[in-house]
Design a protein around this ligand. Structure first.
Ligand code: GLU
Length: 471
């Protein structure tokens, strides 16, 4: 039964479903689907207490149709070869869909980061990077890691430092990894990018009156009730921007418990509480629910799994009531759950589209690193001067005086403005492509996930043809 498939087999099942709507030779489809390279690294580290432990890590480069390959590095006990290969494949399709010119990759180390000290994590990360360098699995034009589940700016800074130390070509070496701290050649907006992309994506999805009517909702995010699974690097910013868009976050689930408030949860309060206590358990203003899975089954408009894969399964899907399932995590819905939810009429917004914000802004960071100049540096003051001259001209011609509020937004675009504008444009265009493919084949025939795969297959196939590898 489909539920017993491995993660990579599930990704391939979605691929095969979409491939039926294309006319490429089977050999080309097989080449797109297969994982080009994967490597299992094992190495010893000395723990703080003096014991020696063997660490298991992987890196998979799923597709070299474009270089470099790109994808995060995760630290989790669930990491294994199948998971890393499946996630690398999802990166290939995600990058293709949103026109980020990279092949897909993913790496991971099998550990629970809470069981390691900061200095142990640093030793592990540096040693893993050394292994990547030795096996040619990292480099600005080769393979570029980024944060993923269980990793963040610190790990990226250690990767950069290790790579810089070992690298011969210092000029572009800073582009060997993305998601770096701002003062270590990172880019403004990368940290929040996946969450922001989720909200830009949802705004676009919910803007179509016909589509919303079909699932019994009004257009727009305003007033929509939301339940989130995961309040980390993706979930927290998503909750923040959803609240700014006047959606109402009524439930948040974390691995150690959940909170619920039908009137809306104060996101900043929960974030501060979690920073102080290390958990969202018993945060005031909301009812505490011991079993986090119960919250996923609440009546709500949008359910956002923003944690790990295989969270919506054949077991819980029949009880999930959300009208929209917004896949902020990679692979959160199993094949069987997908069937059950779709049959009930839910709209599933696929991960390959919805969580592409992270890699999109990683692309901007990589471009910034290779160009060695921050976005907005050349044009910002020029634009500002031009705006002011225009306002002055209008004031003189009409006698109208602009207030400070009216003048406020008219500053020259800085890096954050440009990153967010590029991200929004990417999410809007990608969803329009998905929607057009669905309309072409019939909305009842092709769901959003299949449409996203069809779009990705077309783009990857075109690349292979341009390379002259296939007729
Ligand atoms: N880990 C993120 C993802 O799964 C970002 C990858 C990247 O920025 O390269 O999309």
């Amino acid at each position: 039964m489909a539920e017993n498939l491995s993660f990579f087999e599930k990704v391939n099942k979605n691929f095969d479903k979409a491939a039926q709507f294309t006319e490429y030779p089977q050999g080309l489809l097989d080449q797109i689907k297969i994982c080009n390279n994967s490597c299992h690294f094992t190495f010893p580290i000395k723990r703080d207490d003096g014991t020696i432990q063997t660490i298991h890590g992987w890196r998979a480069e799923h597709s070299h149709h474009k270089l470099p390959t790109k994808g995060g590095i995760r630290y989790s006990t669930l990491v294994n070869e199948d998971e890393i290969v499946a996630l690398a494949a999802l990166m290939t399709y995600k990058c293709a869909l949103v026109d980020v010119p990279f092949g897909g990759a993913k790496g991971g180390i099998q550990l629970n980061r809470n069981e390691y000290s900061e200095s142990e994590l640093e030793r592990i990360t540096r040693r893993y990077t050394y292994e990547l360098i030795q096996k040619n699995y990292i480099g600005p034009g080769v393979d570029v890691p980024a944060p993923d589940f269980g990793t963040g700016e610190n790990e990226m800074a250690w990767i950069l430092d290790t790579y810089l130390t070992m690298s011969q070509d210092k000029l572009d070496a800073i582009a060997c990894v993305t998601g770096k701290p701002i003062d270590q050649n990172g880019i403004h907006g990368r940290k929040e990018a996946t969450g922001r992309g989720v909200v830009f994506g949802l705004e676009e999805v919910c803007s179509y009156e016909d589509d919303m009517k079909q699932i019994g909702l009004h257009p727009g995010l305003r007033g929509k009730t939301v339940v989130l699974q995961g309040f980390g690097k993706v979930g927290y910013p998503a909750a923040k921007y959803l609240t700014e868009a006047e959606a109402i976050v009524i439930g948040i689930a974390e691995s150690d418990g959940a909170i619920y408030n039908p009137k809306g949860i104060d996101i900043e309060k929960v974030s501060t509480f979690r920073a102080e206590t290390g958990s969202i358990r018993h945060c005031s203003d909301a009812t505490f629910i011991e079993n986090p899975n119960d919250v996923l089954e609440l009546e709500c408009d949008i359910l956002i799994p923003a944690a790990l894969e295989n969270q919506l399964t054949a077991e819980n899907a029949p009880r999930i009531k959300a009208h929209i399932i917004a896949e902020a995590a990679n692979g959160p819905t199993t094949t069987k759950a997908d069937e059950i939810l779709q049959k009930r009429g839910a709209l599933i917004i696929p991960d390959t589209f919805l969580n592409a914000g992270g890699v999109t802004v990683s692309y901007f960071e990589w471009l910034r690193n290779l160009s060695h100049v921050g976005f907005g540096r050349l044009a910002r003051r020029y634009e500002e001067t031009a705006y002011n001259a225009m306002l002055l001209f209008i004031e003189q011609a009409t006698g109208y005086q602009f207030s400070d509020d009216e003048r406020g937004p008219l500053h020259g675009a800085d890096e954050t403005d440009l990153v967010n504008s590029g991200l929004q444009d990417t999410m809007v265009n990608a969803y329009q492509e998905i929607r057009e493919i669905r309309l072409k084949h019939g909305k009842d025939v092709v769901d959003s996930r299949t449409a996203a795969f069809i779009s990705a297959i077309h783009k990857i196939a075109q690349s292979y043809m341009q390379l002259g590898i296939f007729p």
